[in-house]
Design a binder for this molecule. Structure first.
Ligand code: F6P
Length: 320
């Protein structure tokens, strides 16, 4: 391997820049030529790339988003798209690739790996929905952003004796919602992993706390479970408590990464280059406890992880 390409793919996540910085600098320090590929696999197909030096990644460790831009590339899911990507790697002299993104991005990497381009995946998504890793780049920042916003909502919710229904992101996973729910002391957290029951999950919990004097309520809804506005309307109609809906939306994807995101992204980025340098190919880098580990890409893509049921029980037990 002489030249290593790096790209970010799927939804952007705070800390992706810290990973790009670590990958580029570790690569250069080990003697590789580093190529930044823009706009994910779209950019690979179109040949949108440039050579990076150590200064190309200056002043980015603290910035959200990704300096390489990102995209969700449908074409790369097809054999034709993958063949174009492979041809472009050959044309540009890219011998190996580091892909920062989610499972869909790793599937693209695996397709290239099967065609002889060694690939390493780094988990980058705010959703924390990558099975092989306990932690994904951007997850910590997204949760902190949501908590900061909900703390502000709490002030106004309390002042008006209202109910605030807050929708957070997470795709099909409730990791953001559950942790943010605990951190903000929400009365209820609605997760995609648990079937939602209006009477049990909302009305009973509200009534139970009203008996002990509670007059304002924060309810966290993971996207896709039920519309925040629809739920706020239902709550108001059923309880008479003035209710408002807030969808935090893409604000959760931006902003300066937290320490945890910067450090984990930096360590995982370095690890990716170390693997390639040692001739260990087609791996997904992951966090396990306080260690950086890696798995064969096929193993990584076949793994499953589930939400912590005990955490759900604890959240419910202390929101009374
Ligand atoms: O995967 C990150 C994420 O923000 C999810 O939480 C959300 O479901 C999705 O991306 C939104 O995608 P888009 O940026 O295409 O609107």
């Amino acid at each position: 391997i002489k030249t290593i390409g790096v790209l970010t793919s799927g939804g952007d996540a705070p800390g992706m820049n810290a990973a790009v910085r670590a990958i580029v600098r570790a690569g250069i320090s080990k003697g590789y030529r580093m190529m930044g590929i823009q706009r994910g696999y779209n950019g690979l197909i179109n040949g949108e790339c440039y050579e990076m030096n150590v200064r190309s990644v200056s002043e980015i460790i603290h910035r959200g988003g990704t300096i390489l831009y990102t995209a969700r590339c449908l074409e790369f899911k097809t054999q034709e798209g993958q063949a174009k990507g492979l041809a472009r790697c050959k044309e540009l002299g890219i011998d190996a690739l580091v892909v920062i993104g989610g499972d869909g991005s790793f599937m693209g990497a695996r397709a290239l790996a099967n065609q002889g381009i060694p690939c390493i995946g780094l988990p980058g998504t705010i959703d924390n929905d990558i099975a092989c890793s306990e932690y994904t780049i951007g997850y910590d920042t997204a949760m902190n952003t949501a908590v900061e916003a909900i703390d502000k909502l709490r002030d106004t919710t309390q002042s008006h004796d209202r109910c605030s229904v807050v929708e957070v992101m997470g795709h099909h996973a409730g990791y953001i919602a559950l942790n943010v729910g605990i951190a903000t002391g929400a009365l209820a957290v609605l997760l995609p992993e648990i079937p939602f029951d209006f009477e049990r999950d909302i009305l009973q919990r509200m009534r139970q706390t009203q008996v002990t004097g509670k007059k304002h309520f924060i309810i966290i809804v993971s996207e896709g479970v039920v519309g925040a506005q629809e739920l706020a309307n239902q709550i108001q109609a059923a309880t008479g408590v003035d209710s408002r809906a807030t969808v935090l939306g893409h604000i959760q994807r931006g902003g300066s990464p937290t320490v945890r995101d910067r450090v984990n992204a930096s360590l995982m980025g370095y690890h990716a280059i170390d693997l390639l340098d040692k001739g260990i190919y087609n791996r997904v880098v992951a966090v396990s406890g306080d260690k950086i580990v890696d798995y064969d890409v096929n193993v990584a893509l076949s793994m499953h992880k589930t939400i912590d049921r005990e955490m759900i029980d604890i959240a419910n037990a202390i929101s009374i």
